[in-house]
Ligand binder design. Structure first.
Ligand SMILES: Nc1ncnc2c1ncn2[C@@H]1O[C@H](COP(=O)(O)OP(=O)(O)O)[C@@H](O)[C@H]1O
Ligand SMILES: [Mg+2]
Ligand SMILES: [Zn+2]
Length: 271
């Protein structure tokens, strides 16, 4: 059994939620960001650990590109977004955040350990982890090493017959970590012309797969060019404000998700 990483004595985290996806490009980072904003708007103290070391995108969507995290010998201080979400990402530590990260597994795990153990997270209600995509070695190590109390799986309708989603579910089950539910991203398009919902990627398998595994679909998010645009501009925090219906609906869904998480038994690591 792999030993779990521990927080430093300056940090206290009530809940750690890993945001997973079977593959890249399904909107894992976008949804992590939206979750963080929704939780913060409910008065919680929120942090995001960008564990997708080879494809970090959290600083960019929050407009933190070019910012640098400060540190002492023992601690690294997270950078705060405009609204006070604490962020740690490799992009806040390297000189040029456009340099590709080419490190291999063991180095990546070492960085993730430092992000968990050496970052002065302070007191957080929720630490969200933007996981490396997929179910390979690196995400597996992160899941085994970080004390995670719930997983959210992001998927898109293109995920082949739910097979990719199933892999994520199997990995979580193997590690005995509860899955809080699935969030389906880019599920449909609210058509500006005819007002109806177009299922541009065909009928989604996500609800079916969720039902098969007895998991809730926490939310189904549409394709929204405005979300991509705001993320590009580093203003993802404003999305709920310009799309008020989204802000309201998603907020209450996230509230339910947290209520379910609090009901789950705490799983202590076994050694
Ligand atoms: N619901 C959505 N509507 C429109 N664009 C989206 C949506 N979700 C994600 N995107 C865009 O798709 C791209 C990939 O999303 P991202 O969150 O970076 O994926 P991942 O972290 O899974 O690789 C980004 O440019 C993002 O802005
Ligand atoms: Mg990403
Ligand atoms: Zn239409």
């Amino acid at each position: 059994m792999i030993e779990k990483y521990q927080l430093n004595e300056n940090s206290k985290v009530k809940h750690t939620i890993a945001v997973m996806s079977g593959k890249g490009g399904v909107g894992k980072s976008s949804v992590t960001s939206l979750l963080a904003v929704a939780l913060m708007e409910q008065g919680m103290k929120v942090g995001i650990m960008d564990a997708d070391i080879t494809g970090p995108s959290i600083p960019k969507v929050f407009g933190l590109s070019g910012k640098r995290a400060r540190g002492t010998e023992e601690l690294i201080f997270p950078v705060e977004t405009a609204k006070g979400i604490k962020v740690m990402s490799i992009n806040l530590l390297i000189e040029n955040d456009e340099d590709p990260v080419v490190w291999r597994g063991p180095v990546l795990s070492g960085i993730i350990k430092r992000f968990y153990s050496e970052v002065a997270w302070g007191e957080l209600d929720v630490l969200l982890i933007d996981m490396p995509p997929g179910t390979g070695d690196v995400p597996l190590t992160v899941m085994q090493s970080v004390p995670v109390d719930g997983i959210v799986v992001i998927s898109s309708p293109q995920d082949l017959v739910g097979l990719i989603v199933k892999k994520s579910i199997n990995m979580a089950n193997m590690l005995h970590t509860p899955i809080l539910g699935l969030i389906e991203n880019m599920a449909y398009l609210d058509c500006p012309d005819c007002g109806s919902q177009h299922h541009v990627f065909g009928k989604s398998k996500v609800p079916e797969v969720a039902a098969q595994h007895n998991l809730p679909v926490i939310a189904s998010l549409p394709i929204d060019p405005k979300l991509a645009e705001l993320s590009d501009e580093g203003k993802v925090e404003l999305y709920g404000k310009i799309n008020y219906t989204f802000g309201e609906n998603f907020g209450s869904k996230v509230e339910n998700m947290m209520a379910e998480l609090k009901k789950k038994p705490v799983i202590l690591p076994t050694f």
